[in-house]
Design a protein around this ligand. Structure first.
Ligand SMILES: [Fe+2]
Length: 423
C-alpha cells in the first residue's frame, strides 16, 4: 500500500483577490467561511489518513504478534491524542503505555473503568464499530470527567471464535472531545492492524503445525531404525551449529534443522531387517538402502513448507570425490545444505551404536571425520565443524553429556566390525 499524495493547499487571499468584488456571490463570506471549515476538516482527515498509513507500514515490518499489538495500540493512542488507553480482552482490562501525545495524562483505575463501561464495552465488541461513549453523570462520578472513545481490535486467525479485544481511549474532560473523524480513523487503524495481527498469528500457527509434522516424521524414523534414540534431532542440531559458524540467516538455519531432522525419513520405505542387520549387507541390501535419500525426497515433496529442505535431503549421501549417491555429485556441485548435513550425519552416526558395531567416542569420531575431509565431506566445512564442536565441548560440558552421553569409549570391537552400512 502506498502513501497518499500531498494535499493541495486551499486558495490564498491573493488568489481570491484576482476575482473582482462585484462578481462575487452575495453570500461569499458565508461560503468562504464554510469552505475554510471544510478545508480544515479535510486537512485533518488527510493527517489521520497519513497516520493510518504510517502505523500500518510500521507494524507490517514486525513479526512478533505481541510487539505488533503493542505498537498498534501505542500509536493509536498518539493518533487519538489520548491521555490514557486501555485494552479489554478475555475478561481483563489492562492499561497500555501511550506513545507520544500532547494530551493531559488521565489516571483511572482499570477495574473501575471496566465495571463502569461494561455495557458500552460489550456493545462495541458485539458490533465491531468504533464510537464515542455518552457517559452518564453517575459514570462520570465513578471514573472522573473524561471523554471516552471505544473501538475493537479483532486479532484472531480465521476460524477462531475468540471475542474481539476492545480499545478504550480516554481524554481529560478539559480537552476537546473526540470528534466525528476519530471513530473512523481508529476503526481504520484497528481494522487494518487486526488483519495484520491475524495473518501473523495464522503464519505462526502454520509453522507450529509444520514443526509438529516434522517431529512426528522424525519419531517414525527413529522408531523404525534402531539408531540411538534422537539421531535425527541431533543431526538437525549439529547442522545448525555449522550453519551459525557460516553466518547463515535465521530462515536458512531453520531449514537446516528441519533437513537434519528429516534427512532419513525415506528409511520408512526400507525393510526393517535390512536397516537393523547386524552383519555385512549384501549388494542387493546395500542398493535398497541407497534408495532412501530419493524416498525421503519423494515423501517430503508434497509438503509446501518443506520445499527448501528437499535438495539437502536428496543429496545428503553425496561425497566430495563423486563416489556418493544418488547422483554422484562432486564438491560444490553438492548443495551447501547437503554438505552440512553430510558432516553432521556422519559424525553422529560414528558416535551412535549400530547393530553391526558399537559407537565411537566423540574424540575418535572427530578424528575419523577429519580423515574423510576433502574426500567424503567438504574439507572447509569439516574443519569449521570440528573447530566449532571442540569449542562446544570446552564451553558446554554439561550439554555435551546430555546430548552425547550415549557415546562409548572405543574398544577393539571397532577394528573387526563389518561396517559397510551407510550412515
Ligand atoms: Fe541417510
Amino acid at each position: 500500500m502506498s502513501r497518499p499524495p500531498p494535499l493541495a493547499t486551499t486558495p490564498s487571499a491573493a488568489d481570491r483577490a484576482l476575482v473582482p468584488a462585484d462578481q462575487l456571490p452575495p453570500d461569499y463570506e458565508a461560503l468562504a467561511e464554510k469552505n475554510e471549515a471544510l478545508g480544515g476538516e479535510l486537512l485533518r482527515c488527510y493527517e489521520q489518513l497519513s497516520f493510518v498509513f504510517e502505523i500500518t507500514e510500521h507494524i507490517a515490518n514486525l513479526q512478533d504478534p505481541a510487539a505488533i499489538q503493542n505498537a498498534l495500540l501505542r500509536r493509536c493512542a498518539t493518533m487519538l491524542n489520548a491521555g490514557a488507553l486501555f485494552f479489554d480482552r478475555a475478561g481483563r482490562c489492562v492499561p497500555i503505555t501511550c506513545g507520544e501525545t500532547t494530551a493531559r495524562p488521565v489516571e483511572v483505575d482499570a477495574e473501575r473503568l471496566q465495571a463502569t463501561l461494561a455495557e458500552e464495552i460489550e456493545a462495541v465488541r458485539r458490533t465491531g464499530r468504533s464510537r464515542a461513549a455518552n457517559l452518564t453523570p453517575a459514570a462520570r462520578r465513578r471514573i472522573g470527567n473524561v471523554h471516552v472513545l471505544l473501538g475493537t481490535l479483532r486479532c484472531r486467525p480465521a476460524g477462531s471464535h475468540d471475542p474481539a479485544g476492545v480499545v478504550i481511549a480516554l481524554r481529560d474532560g478539559r480537552e476537546p472531545p473526540f470528534d466525528a473523524g476519530d471513530p473512523l480513523a481508529s476503526q481504520a487503524v484497528l481494522g487494518y492492524g487486526g488483519h495484520i495481527l491475524s495473518n501473523v498469528r495464522m503464519v505462526q500457527h502454520l509453522k507450529q503445525t509444520a514443526l509438529e509434522t516434522v517431529c512426528a516424521l522424525t519419531n517414525a524414523i527413529d522408531a523404525k531404525d534402531n539408531y540411538t534414540s534422537g539421531h535425527s534431532e541431533r543431526v538437525g542440531w549439529l547442522a545448525t551449529l555449522t550453519g551459525r559458524v557460516l553466518g547463515l540467516p535465521g530462515a536458512q538455519l531453520q531449514m537446516l534443522e528441519w533437513a537434519g531432522m528429516l534427512h532419513d525419513v525415506g528409511k520408512i520405505g526400507v525393510p526393517e531387517h535390512t536397516l537393523n542387520k547386524p552383519g555385512r549387507l549384501t549388494a542387493a541390501e546395500f542398493e535398497q538402502i541407497k534408495l532412501h535419500p530419493r524416498l525421503s525426497y519423494e515423501v517430503l515433496k508434497p509438503v509446501a513448507s518443506l520445499q527448501p529442505v528437499l535438495e539437502a535431503v536428496l543429496y545428503h549421501h553425496e561425497d566430495c570425490d563423486g563416489s556418493g549417491y544418488p547422483a554422484g555429485l562432486r564438491d560444490v556441485q553438492i548443495p551447501l545444505a547437503a554438505r552440512i548435513i553430510r558432516i553432521a550425519d556422519t559424525f553422529d552416526a560414528l558416535t551412535s551404536t549400530r547393530p553391526y558395531r558399537p559407537g565411537f567416542d566423540v574424540e575418535q569420531a572427530l578424528e575419523m571425520l577429519a580423515a574423510g575431509g576433502g574426500r567424503v565431506t567438504d574439507a572447509y566445512l569439516t574443519h569449521a565443524f570440528i573447530a566449532r564442536f571442540r569449542r562446544y565441548m570446552r564451553e558446554q560440558p554439561g550439554d555435551l553429556r546430555v546430548r552425547f552421553g550415549h557415546t562409548v569409549v572405543a574398544d577393539d570391537a571397532h577394528a573387526t566390525s563389518p561396517a559397510n552400512h551407510p550412515s
